[in-house]
Structure formats: C-alpha cells, structure tokens
Write a protein that binds this ligand. Structure first.
Ligand code: HEM
Length: 219
C-alpha cells in the first residue's frame, strides 16, 4: 500500500497512477475540509452560542445549548472519522519521506540531474549526497509525529466533550482549550509540509545541475 501510494510521485500516466493521484488529492481535500469543520464548529459552539443566548432565561439557554450540542456532536463525529481516515492516507503517501528523508532527497536530486542532462543532451551522472545527519528540526518525521499525536488528542477531546446525555462541567472552557490545541495542530501540519519539502525536495538550479554533472563521472 505504501509503495502504491508513494508511486503517485512518479510522473506516469497509467490509469492506476491517475486513479491513485485523484484519491490522494480527494483525501487531502477532505482532510482540510474536515479540519475546517471541526475548528469552525468548535469556534461557533464556544464563542457564538454563549453570546447569542446570554439574554435568555436559563431554561431557554439550556434548551438551545443542548440543541447546539446535538448538532456539534454530528460535526465532531463526522469530521473525526474523516480526519483519521484521510490523515492515514496522507501518512502512507509520505511515509518514505518521514522515515528516510535522506534517500528520498537523493532520489529527488538524481531525477533533477537526469532531467537536466536529458534537456542539455549530456550523459547523466550518479549523484551522491553526503550522508550528513539531518538536524532534528529538519526531520519531517518528527513534525509528522507531533502533528498526528496532538491531532489524536484534539479529536479525542472533542469526542469526549460530546459523549453522554449532558455536557461535562465547564464545557465552554474545555472547548476553548481544544480550540488552542487545534490551532497548534494546524501549525504543526504546515510545519510538517514545509520541512518535508525543504528536506526531501532540495532546490536544484540549472547551475547546481551543471556543476554536479561536471564533477561526477558519467554513468
Ligand atoms: C488524527 C490524526 C491526524 C493524522 C494522522 C494527520 C496526518 C496528516 C498528514 C500526514 C498530513 C500531511 C503533512 C505533509 O504534507 O507532510 C496532514 C496535513 C494536515 N493536517 Fe492532519 N492529521 C491528523 C489530524 C489533524 C487534525 C485534528 C487537524 C485539524 C486541526 C489536521 C489538519 C491538517 C491540515 C490543515 C493539514 C495540511 C493539509 C495539506 O497541506 O495538505 N490534521 N495531516
């Protein structure tokens, strides 16, 4: 499965690759959509509902709060299921980048060199990236682990708040805490993507390619 999803990186046009690419794209879209629903739903329940019902009598407040919670529960359960499913697809898709960033960077650079050699009509050369230790902040796998672990905590807390017939004590404060956690999860998602791309897909300019080709024996 990992190999199959990772194969979507290769620029092929076979029906399998096109189908898999479409599924990966759809999965990414659904991950973003459900994250938006979860954050938006939490924000509405935590900020808008309490202000909207502030002037009502307490029985009316309880009734509206219970109804809002009923809707919120559906949003949380649906978005949690989608987030976990699509998060797993994205994790499998990028697994090699998280586990073996160095060899992925090597493959990426080799492709860029091959393509430059092809364009300029020269024989290509085998690239060898020095096996230097990647600093912790540039390890995409660590950012992935932080994003996924905190993501599981955030959806777990959201589910916990909607379980049972009545809300736990201080539901709005809990929502506020979860909103902050969700924001951090989103930050970690963008950091994961950024670090994965700068580490695994190093920029190879034509000048870089030319100097690598002139320094390496043709293969
Ligand atoms: C529950 C476990 C979760 C897993 C396993 C997971 C996994 C992933 C993975 C693998 C990526 C791609 C990162 C990359 O480009 O290298 C991602 C992106 C993202 N995740 Fe999650 N995630 C989870 C939960 C969440 C939650 C709760 C949120 C909502 C706050 C969220 C929001 C995002 C966003 C906004 C992106 C960026 C999407 C993109 O650029 O394609 N994730 N996630």
């Amino acid at each position: 499965m990992i190999e199959l999803l990772a194969a979507t990186d290769n620029s092929g046009f076979s029906p399998t690759i096109i189908t898999l690419n479409t599924l990966v794209l759809l999965s990414r879209f659904l991950h973003l959509l459900s994250a938006t629903l979860l954050v938006g739903g939490t924000l509405f329940y935590e900020m808008v509902v309490p202000i909207a019902i502030a002037d009502l009598k307490s029985e009316q407040q309880l009734l509206i709060f219970a109804r809002a919670r009923w809707v919120f529960r559906r949003i949380v359960w649906l978005s949690t299921a989608l987030i976990i499913l699509t998060g797993t697809v994205s994790s499998l898709r990028n697994w090699s980048a998280y586990r073996h960033p160095q060899s992925m960077a090597q493959q990426y650079t080799q492709k860029a060199i091959d393509s430059y050699a092809h364009q300029t009509g020269q024989p290509s050369a085998a690239v060898s990236i020095k096996a230097e230790k990647i600093p912790l902040v540039r390890q995409p796998g660590l950012w992935w682990a932080a994003h996924s672990a905190l993501g599981v905590i955030a959806v777990g807390l959201a589910i916990f708040l909607t379980l049972g017939r009545s809300p736990p004590s201080h539901p709005v404060s809990w929502m506020r805490i979860n909103l902050v956690i969700l924001m951090v999860v989103i930050f970690l998602a963008s950091a994961t993507r950024h670090v994965r791309r700068i580490t695994v897909e190093p920029r190879v300019t034509p000048a870089d390619a030319a100097s690598i080709l002139s320094a390496s024996p043709a293969r």
